[in-house]
Design a protein around this ligand. Structure first.
Ligand code: HPA
Length: 281
């Protein structure tokens, strides 16, 4: 938890200054895209101007999750400047929530206006088919470590932020419309946050279904909360890489997640490209 807010803001601003210098001479992006498990191939869509390893950015942690590369790409996509986070940070890796969301704070200070979060998730809604895509419209995070706990940083946002529109309705509609126009199957759904790293139990999945969840995963929610706290508009796209625990009778595995994310990567790439092309920020 953050105790010294001045020191934390300075750390965020030092990282922002570092990136401002790194991309000097170019217009800073308005959009940041975050690649989830198995979605690394999306990085190849971007015309790279500069690739910066997380270990070289002051204050950034390193990402240790499988399928997460660990570099920030500054480049262009559909003629627009973008930041692309090739790998993210998870609570299950041992990082506190302010570290998991550190990059979001940095993006906010750099003036990024929209964050497109992608992830892999387990399907809870029985109508879902692997490896379809879901536009996340809302989330459940009752059991999560609260991201905004501790003294509020007024420069970032308000103490008690409303959570009715964490996922920007207009950007979410754009995501869904892009998929429809590209003839890519997509549904809208509620994402349940699971702290991990163990997958859920079948009983947990049955409970989450009763509570209204359509899919479950171990990322995205902390970042979405931090971003909306700062007024960054969020869109989130999930790839259903497996049916959640207890549904098929098969054990869940990381390999299944990565294999199915790879199967969806052509659709995911096409959708992300079209989304970036269409949005006006
Ligand atoms: N549960 C949690 N996280 C996941 C899953 C799952 O079933 N699939 C991909 N990420």
């Amino acid at each position: 938890m953050i105790t010294d807010t001045k020191e934390f803001v300075k750390r965020v601003d030092d990282a922002a200054d570092f990136l401002r210098t790194a991309v000097a001479g170019n217009t800073l992006p308005s959009i940041c895209i975050v690649l989830g498990s198995g979605l690394g191939p999306l990085a190849s869509m971007v015309d790279v101007i500069k690739e910066i390893s997380y270990k070289d950015i002051p204050g950034f942690p390193v990402s240790t999750a499988p399928g997460h590369k660990g570099s920030l790409i500054f480049g262009t996509l559909e003629g627009k400047n973008v930041f692309l986070m090739n790998g993210r940070f998870h609570y299950y890796e041992g990082y506190p929530m302010e570290t998991v969301t550190f990059y979001v704070r940095v993006m906010g200070r750099l003036g990024v206006k929209a964050l497109l979060l992608t992830n892999a998730s387990g399907g809870i809604n029985l109508d879902m088919k692997v490896p379809e895509l879901v536009a996340i419209t809302d989330h459940l995070s009752f059991n999560a470590e609260p991201v905004l706990r501790g003294p509020n940083i007024e420069e970032f946002g308000t103490r008690f932020p409303d959570q009715c529109h964490v996922y920007d309705p207009e950007l979410t509609d754009t995501l869904v419309n892009c998929a429809r126009d590209l003839k890519i199957r997509i549904s809208r759904g509620v994402y349940a946050y699971s702290k991990g790293p163990q997958y859920e139990t079948p009983a947990e999945i049955r409970a989450l279904r009763i509570l209204g969840a359509d899919c479950v995963g171990m990322s995205t929610v902390p970042e979405a909360i931090a971003a909306s706290h700062m007024g960054i508009r969020v869109a989130a796209m999930s790839c259903i890489t497996n049916m959640a625990a207890g549904i098929t009778g098969q054990a869940l595995s990381e390999q299944e997640v990565l294999d199915n994310a790879a199967l969806a990567s052509e659709n995911s790439c096409a959708l992300v490209k079209e989304f970036v092309k269409r949005i006006n920020l």
